[in-house]
Design a protein around this ligand. Structure first.
Ligand code: NAP
Length: 295
């Protein structure tokens, strides 16, 4: 069994980013990422902090905008419009989920698609479906694909089962892996909460990718002998033995399935670190496209 090391792979992606930043600097371009946090959800605050730190470590321009939970829709729209117009900013991300009174879809639609490094704007969703390489693919699906490619796990002609159909992970991941090209060309099945007999569907998979947000949901009877499991889930479960009182687990029951797998990602340390690395990579791509500098 191969343990797929997301931390080490993300570090390699960030090294590539560092090289790109040096070549962009020679063209006078400094990529900038703006991350907007509304409210004080602790998990969101931690994600925003680590995106900001990663940008700064690489010497990129990073703008962290923290707004109170009482921020109105119009106030948030004004912030987004300001960032759309800011020439120092190439990537804009509004951390999800915003407070309940905010219409998140309207905020995403307000982001300039050329700066939508999360890949959630309808124009970028369409570009992914159309296989237009100028679009932005959501970072977590991109990270899953990159892990498969880095570990030389072929996708062409294989059966992939994606468990979950969200716009953030499941759907874009399915589009990405069924597209034509390297790291794709798979036969993809998307299963969800209304699918019948999930274990049987999942047992068909050469590559199984759970993304449902249910701790240890995928047990041994979901996994074919020799399958690859890329676990997207990040779930907090109570653990009184830790200082924080909780620990992170995936959507797959790692200990129960690892011995059946040809390769598997751990949680934490699997897909998670890849998401931030791909965000940085998307921001550099946005800067290149905005300034017309070839990569
Ligand atoms: P989401 O928007 O809540 O979507 C969950 C999907 O899973 C839905 O399509 C839902 O089906 C399906 N589902 C839920 N319970 C199910 C069940 N019992 N059986 C089958 N399908 C079920 O979640 P998300 O944003 O995609 O995130 C999924 C997980 O990935 C979470 O643990 C999240 O923390 C994690 N995540 C990790 C990263 C990372 O960087 N590693 C990034 C994003 C998300 P229906 O559509 O039928 O309701």
């Amino acid at each position: 069994m191969t343990l797929i090391d997301g931390k080490a792979t993300a570090a390699r992606v960030l090294e590539e980013c560092r090289t790109s930043l040096t070549s962009l600097a020679a063209s006078g371009v400094l990529p900038g990422l703006a991350v907007v946090l509304v409210g004080d959800d602790p998990a969101s605050r931690a994600y925003v902090g680590s995106k900001d730190r990663t940008c700064r470590d690489l010497g990129m321009h990073s703008l962290k905008i923290e707004l109170p939970a009482s921020t109105t829709q119009e106030e948030l729209l004004q912030v987004v419009r300001g960032l759309n117009a800011d020439p120092a900013i190439h990537g804009i991300l509004v951390q999800s989920p915003p407070p309940k009174h905010i219409d998140e879809a309207a905020i995403v639609r307000a982001i300039d698609p050329a700066k939508d490094v999360d890949g959630f704007h309808p124009e970028n969703v369409a570009r992914l479906a159309l296989e237009d390489p100028s679009g932005f693919v959501p970072c977590t699906p991109l990270g899953c694909q990159r892990l498969l490619m880095e570990y030389k796990i072929p996708t062409e002609g294989t059966k992939v089962v994606v468990l979950g159909r969200s716009m953030i992970v499941g759907k874009p991941l399915a589009l990405l892996l069924m597209a034509k090209g390297p790291g794709s060309n798979a036969t993809v099945t998307v299963a969800h909460s209304r699918s019948r007999d999930l274990p049987a569907i999942c047992r068909e998979a050469d590559i199984l990718i759970p993304a449902i947000g249910k701790p240890k949901f995928v047990t041994a009877d979901f996994v074919k002998e020799g399958a690859v499991v890329i676990d997207v889930g990040i779930n907090r479960i109570a653990d009184p033995s830790t200082k924080s009182g909780y620990r992170l687990v995936g959507d797959a029951d790692f200990d129960a399935i690892a011995s059946k797998c040809r390769a598997i990602t751990p949680v934490p340390g699997g897909v998670g670190p890849m998401t931030i690395a791909m965000l940085i990579s998307n921001t550099i791509k946005a800067a290149r496209q905005i300034h017309g500098v070839a990569g």
